[in-house]
Design a protein around this ligand. Structure first.
Ligand code: DGY
Length: 330
């Protein structure tokens, strides 16, 4: 690590919501890059020795080439996910990484359910219909959609957000099944099942794909889950099925999804994340059987404030040379 004695404590690539910035400013010197940095600008700043800790966003990519040259002590990521950071390379270069776990579970589960209902009940189409002045009174077959009660929700993953989604779906009278680590499997103890014992079913990935009326993705993005939902998976789903993704875009092969939606292989999709954010696969935005949100799973005022607090706390402890409260690579 380079000489950090005169370095600025925090390089903030994009300002944090309150109270993040005030916590950082009270604890040390802060440079705010503006509203994001290019990869080249970030790499140069990290290699300069001018900053101790980077307070980063998901769109800031810390790959091995950047991290191998970096003279920073830590990266505090303003997110629970950290697929924008090569953790192996960070660890190899003694760079601590922190994230913001736990606080966005319910907000993201709400968005998964919102997307499921919005696609099933054609909410966006219906809203546009009214605004366009096309509503001329109740009609027996106007904008008919799909039920959720009595239907099967399949959860790819069984972490915090999947379980919060299961809790909500059970309250809607849905059957809930899950595969904890697709495309493979793993044991789930009674202790881990906890409140869900006897209420949700643990099944294999092929069974989950084939039986779900709604398939909701809740796995981290890694080499095993990239394109987990590909053309083969989409072909094996029910033609009436609806896919929900609030996790990470590259888990779904977006071009295959567009083809499946265009061809009627599945009935619809609700997406909060995209394979190449903020770009969309060609054709996706034109499909009426989709609801598309701009990665807002955690976007409530209290959740973003708590994420900002945790992100700042991580960064402050890193600058002090102490273990952050939410480390990714202890
Ligand atoms: C995260 O935290 O990983 C979300 O995707 C953004 O809040």
């Amino acid at each position: 690590m380079g000489d950090l004695v005169t370095a600025t404590d925090f390089l903030v690539t994009t300002p944090l919501p309150d109270p993040g910035m005030s916590l950082l400013e009270a604890a040390g010197t802060v440079t705010v890059a503006g509203n994001g940095m290019s990869h080249a600008e970030l790499a140069e700043a990290c290699a300069s020795g001018n900053y101790k800790v980077v307070v980063a966003q998901l769109r800031d990519e810390f790959d091995a080439s950047l991290l191998d040259r970096a003279k920073i002590a830590g990266i505090s990521n303003f997110a629970v996910g950290y697929n924008n950071i090569d953790i192996t390379a960070a660890t190899a270069n003694s760079i601590i990484v922190g994230n913001t776990p736990g606080v966005l579970t319910d907000a993201t589960a709400d968005i998964a359910i919102l997307l499921m209902l919005a696609v099933a009940r054609r909410c966006v189409e219906a809203d546009a219909f009214v605004r366009a002045g096309k509503f001329h009174g109740w009609e027996p077959e106007l904008l008919l959609g799909h039920d959720v009660s009595g239907k099967t929700l399949g959860l790819a993953g069984f972490g915090r957000i999947a379980r919060a989604t299961a809790r909500r779906a059970l309250a809607f009278g849905m059957t809930v099944v899950f595969c904890p680590r697709p495309p493979g499997d793993r044991e789930v103890s009674d202790e881990e099942l906890g409140e869900f014992a006897g209420k949700v079913g643990h099944i294999s990935w092929p069974e989950l794909i084939a039986t779900s009326d709604y398939l909701s993705v809740h796995v981290p993005l890694n080499d095993q889950t990239r394109h987990l939902v590909d053309a083969d998976v989409l072909n094996a789903m029910k033609p009436s099925a609806i896919l929900i993704n609030t996790a990470r875009g590259p888990i779904v092969d977006e071009r295959a999804l567009v083809a499946a939606l265009q061809g009627g292989t599945i009935a619809g999709a609700g997406l909060d994340v995209y394979e190449d954010e903020p770009r969309l696969a060609p054709g996706l935005a034109e499909l009426p059987n989709t609801v598309l949100l701009p990665h807002v799973g955690s976007a409530t005022v209290p959740v973003r404030a708590e994420m900002a607090r945790r992100c700042a706390e991580n960064a402050i402890m890193m600058v002090r040379g102490e273990m952050p409260p939410y480390p990714v690579n202890p």
